[in-house]
Design a protein around this ligand. Structure first.
Ligand code: SF4
Length: 354
């Protein structure tokens, strides 16, 4: 399938999601591993010693039996700690024929030659758009403290630069910095953006993707950590970035601006600005096979090992419909995260402009 048809397929699904619930999810948020070499103050994933994570054969079986995905997020932990990350991408590419976009984060702590080799192998598989989000939570003085790893700032800069240079050969790769605002870096976003732009002159504020530190027991395992930044600093940080950003009328640029404006609303009110599309447009699969509505709700739907790796066995069940009713009534924890918010915006297209 050509890139244009895949983009058209994603666009059509986005339009359909404005008309009502979808028959199958188009976005999969899949934590491929919980292994992580970082020591982040905002997240407890690195403290886990995960056992019995899904094997490549199990993932292949899942990809074969669930082929509706148009957007695949392979997250972690650190996804490049999975030796078979290329095979994982390949299994989804081979089965979800309309897959338009693969997004992955990285903490930049794996060997960069290895990451570049794997990225090249993924890019050689297919014309699917690949976006790497390089995690960076502060300027040089701050980043290493928040991530708990000496030299992490320089590694993040190098990782981003390598991906940028890959664009000379592969037009379908892009990179962002992923910055999470928490009480540890509140008020420091502008300085971070300026510092990075001095070091990498081609970087613009539009290369920064922002999240707000949020609590999630089924994903970050950070229920016992006080991470939330104060409201004034969150608003100042995001407001400053919105002012620095260049106007970008591409679909991704408009989505990002809309996401940021609504993140400010969420920071002010604690209320999600749009209704959740969890268990409709998307789902969250962890590395042990557990399925949840989202990364933010610890309500296990099932384990794919118990349903022969086939989500369709439960997708239309009374139990899942009951969960959807609860989501509709707003009983899901109130969230506005990158993993889920985009589906809410896309499913409410007028919200792109306010
Ligand atoms: S935020 Fe990312 S890099 Fe940091 S501990 Fe959690 S999974 Fe690892």
């Amino acid at each position: 399938m050509s890139e244009i048809s895949k983009f058209g397929g994603l666009g059509l699904t986005a339009l359909m999601s404005n008309l009502g619930p979808l028959s199958r999810p188009y976005k999969l948020n899949f934590a491929v591993t919980y292994w992580c070499q970082s020591r982040c103050l905002t997240c407890n994933i690195w403290q886990m010693k995960p056992k019995d994570e899904l094997s490549i054969d199990e993932i292949a079986e899942f990809a074969r039996k669930n082929n509706s995905f148009k957007w695949l997020e392979l997250t972690g932990g650190e996804p490049f700690l999975r030796q078979d990350i290329v095979r994982i991408a390949e299994e989804f590419y081979n089965n979800s024929k309309g897959l338009y976009m693969l997004t992955l984060p990285t903490n930049s702590l794996c060997d960069h030659d290895m990451v570049e080799r794997k990225l090249r192998s993924i890019l050689d598989l297919d014309r699917t758009r690949v976006i790497l989000t390089v995690s960076l939570d502060g300027h040089k003085e701050l980043e290493d403290k928040i991530r708990g790893v000496k030299g992490n700032y320089e590694k993040a800069i190098d990782m981003f630069d390598r991906v940028h240079r890959l664009r000379e050969e592969y037009k379908n790769i892009g990179a962002f910095f992923g910055y999470t605002i928490s009480r540890f870096n509140q008020g420091e976003l502008e300085r971070t953006v300026e510092e990075v732009m001095r070091q990498l002159p081609y970087v613009t504020p539009n290369h920064f993707h922002i999240n707000m530190g949020q609590i999630s027991s089924n994903y970050y395992g950070n229920g016992n950590v006080e991470i939330r930044a104060n409201e004034a600093d969150i608003l100042n940080d995001i407001g400053a970035l919105l002012k620095m950003r260049k106007q970008d009328y591409s679909p991704v640029g408009m989505l990002e601006s809309s996401f940021l404006r609504k993140l400010m609303v969420y920071a002010r009110t604690g209320e999600p600005p749009l209704k959740s599309r969890s268990l409709d447009a998307s789902l969250f699969l962890d590395s042990f096979g557990n399925v949840y509505p989202s990364i933010m709700w610890d309500r296990k739907v099932c384990n794919i090992r118990d349903i022969d790796y086939d989500i369709s066995k439960v997708w239309d069940s009374a139990e899942v419909n009951e969960l959807r009713r609860e989501i509709k009534e707003g009983r899901e924890p109130k969230h506005w995260t990158a993993c889920e918010a985009y589906q809410s915006i896309v499913g409410n297209l007028p919200s792109l402009i306010y």
